[in-house]
Ligand binder design. Structure first.
Ligand code: ARG
Length: 574
């Protein structure tokens, strides 16, 4: 139960004692002006409107009958229309005391959630466009797992589309028979050339479609090329996942080809049930809720006349599989906002066809773009897409410089380890700490700063606490004293500690890791102020010292856990 919900319960009790019945949900939020109270009832006016009692009189009634001394220490009214609540420090102390000895865990909730993320296309290297899906999706997978969900990670790689037809057509034309020692860069180049050619040459385009269809019909020659290219791409992607500390493994790959047998069944099924139509030999679904530029019903092509199935058909099959076979409770798609309409259409078709289930919640957790300072898409100087591996290496290099500036005599292996933790952390955190629904501007300087909402700041705060605890030498969880709050810093930090779990729940509910980032940043910055003011280990009052140690220990635990479930590591040495 969160602090807010406990307070709501107390307010409800008071209303009951006053014989006042309301339907309006009571909204309680943290008070920005701490002197006025820790929490406040924010919608007193609305409530008074419903029960037709003047808000001031209502506030008085609530205050008069409130149950004091357990959770609430005092309560008052303030203008224009708030009820302010001060928590009882004794109650907070007891809660904190319990936390020192316990691990931070959630109960398993038996809900199955499929998270579709990363999902790059095969035959290409990953680029900056894959950063958000990979990093945000992975953080959400970790956070949901931590909060008790049964998470199925699903890397929906694009391994069944027209790029293979293109590659094969080009290879055939150039009479290249084997691609044994070819690099992914070379394949990408061939693909680009083939694409260019297909735009100019209709005959070539037709060939590419024919070859894609042949691949999809399991012809051996085509399949061997396909396998090779998939393997090559996956090997490269794996390096990136490892460097970025992404929890995706081979077993999480459920690419487009994984659904090939289902696709073969659903397309005829959709035709037979008149949901799809054959027009000019293409299989199309027309949806009345979606209009094209001319204002006509929009058509979504599932299968080309060459026989090749498209991305859309696979996604419908995939949705069916996740709903009916996996029996998922929740399906989350971490895909950029440009595919919003596309996903709505897929969902609509699957729903009409009865391929979805009522119990399954299906959501598109879309995100905006990464921009450069001039607000254009983030690209290389020459206007090309930035490869993800280059971005990663650059980040590690920059981190190395920062570390060397602080300590030029650092041991080499430590330097390597640290620059990876700091560089990768900064790259990921910069992305995670922004509201995913918006575009954001990529800024090396800001993200690798010791100040502000950065991973480095939080990692650094963690080290500060870690070094205090290390100097103390004894186990904090063995401290057998009563936890005691002796000043306002400790009071506010303790309230903040008690809000970790509800922050996790809020992050899960919205699928927005920036909420967790905001919380750990606030915790770290509040702690830093406390740290600058109090010299914990030198405090002569043992009771206060021990309590401060316990509080520091809990904060370090939360900072570490918070970063870890965002997919970011902490360092214990510097
Ligand atoms: N491969 C796609 C792309 O690069 C993303 C796939 C996302 N997942 C899905 N189920 N459509 O744009």
């Amino acid at each position: 139960m969160t602090i807010q919900s406990k307070l709501i319960k107390e307010i409800k009790n008071s209303l009951k004692k006053n014989k006042i019945k309301i339907n309006t949900p009571i909204i309680i939020q943290k008070n920005k002006f701490k002197k006025k109270g820790h929490f406040q009832v924010n919608n007193l006016f609305q409530i008074s409107h419903e029960c037709k009692i003047n808000y001031f009189t209502l506030a008085k009634k609530i205050i008069n009958k409130i149950n004091l001394n357990k959770i609430i220490k005092s309560i008052n009214f303030s203008k224009p229309c708030f009820i302010n609540i001060f928590l009882n420090p004794r109650w907070i102390e007891k809660k904190i005391e319990k936390k020192v000895k316990k691990k931070i865990i959630f109960k398993k909730n038996n809900k199955k959630v499929v998270i579709d993320y990363s999902s790059p296309n095969v035959a290409k290297s990953m680029h900056v466009g894959h950063l958000r899906s990979t990093v945000i999706g992975d953080a959400m997978a970790r956070i949901m797992e931590f909060s008790g969900y049964n998470v199925i990670r699903s890397n929906h790689i694009g391994d069944w589309g027209n790029q293979f037809g293109m590659l094969i057509a080009y290879l055939k034309k150039k009479k290249i028979n084997h691609i044994k020692n070819i690099s992914i860069q070379k394949i990408e180049k061939i693909y680009r050339q083939a694409k260019k050619k297909s735009l100019k040459n209709k005959k070539f385009l037709k060939k590419t479609e024919k070859y894609t269809s042949k691949l999809q019909k399991n012809s051996t020659y085509y399949n061997n090329i396909w396998k090779k290219v998939v393997q090559l791409t996956l090997r490269e992607n794996k390096i990136i996942y490892q460097l970025l500390n992404i929890s995706l493994q081979d077993k999480n790959i459920f690419g487009e080809s994984f659904y090939k047998e289902i696709v073969k069944k659903i397309v005829p099924d959709l035709i037979q049930r008149k949901i799809a139509r054959v027009k000019n030999k293409n299989v199309i679904v027309f949806l009345k809720d979606f209009k094209n530029r001319k204002g006509e019903k929009m058509g979504i092509i599932l299968q080309k006349k060459s026989g090749a199935f498209l991305y859309s058909a696979t996604d419908i099959a995939c949705m069916k599989y996740r709903c009916k076979t996996l029996k998922a409770d929740i399906i989350l798609y971490y895909i950029d906002s440009r595919q919003k309409q596309y996903l709505q259409q897929i969902y609509k078709i699957a729903k009409i066809a009865g391929y979805t289930t009522k119990k399954t919640i299906i959501q598109h957790h879309m995100f905006g773009m990464v921009l450069s300072k001039n607000k254009h898409p983030f690209q290389t100087r020459s206007g090309n897409t930035i490869k993800l591996i280059d971005l990663i290496n650059q980040s590690i290099k920059k981190a190395k410089k920062i570390i060397l500036k602080k300590n030029e005599n650092i041991e080499y292996t430590t330097l390597l380890k640290l620059s990876k933790i700091i560089g990768i952390g900064a790259l990921k955190y910069a992305d995670l700490s922004k509201n995913r629904k918006k575009n954001y501007v990529f800024d090396w300087k800001k993200m690798l700063s010791f100040e502000g909402n950065t991973s480095l700041y939080i990692q650094y705060t963690y080290i500060r606490i870690y070094s205090i605890l290390k100097k103390y030498k004894k186990k904090i969880s063995h401290l057998n004293n009563k936890f005691m709050i002796s000043n306002n810093y400790e009071l506010f930090l303790s309230i903040e500690i008690l809000q970790f779990k509800e922050t996790i729940l809020k992050t899960v509910k919205n699928g927005q890791p920036h909420l967790l980032c905001k919380y750990i940043y606030k915790l770290a910055s509040k702690y830093s102020k406390f740290y600058e003011k109090y010299n914990i280990l030198n405090n002569k009052n043992k009771k206060i010292r021990n309590s401060q140690l316990q509080m520091s220990f809990l904060i370090a635990k939360i900072l570490k856990k918070g970063l870890n479930i965002l997919g970011i590591q902490v360092m214990k040495f510097i």
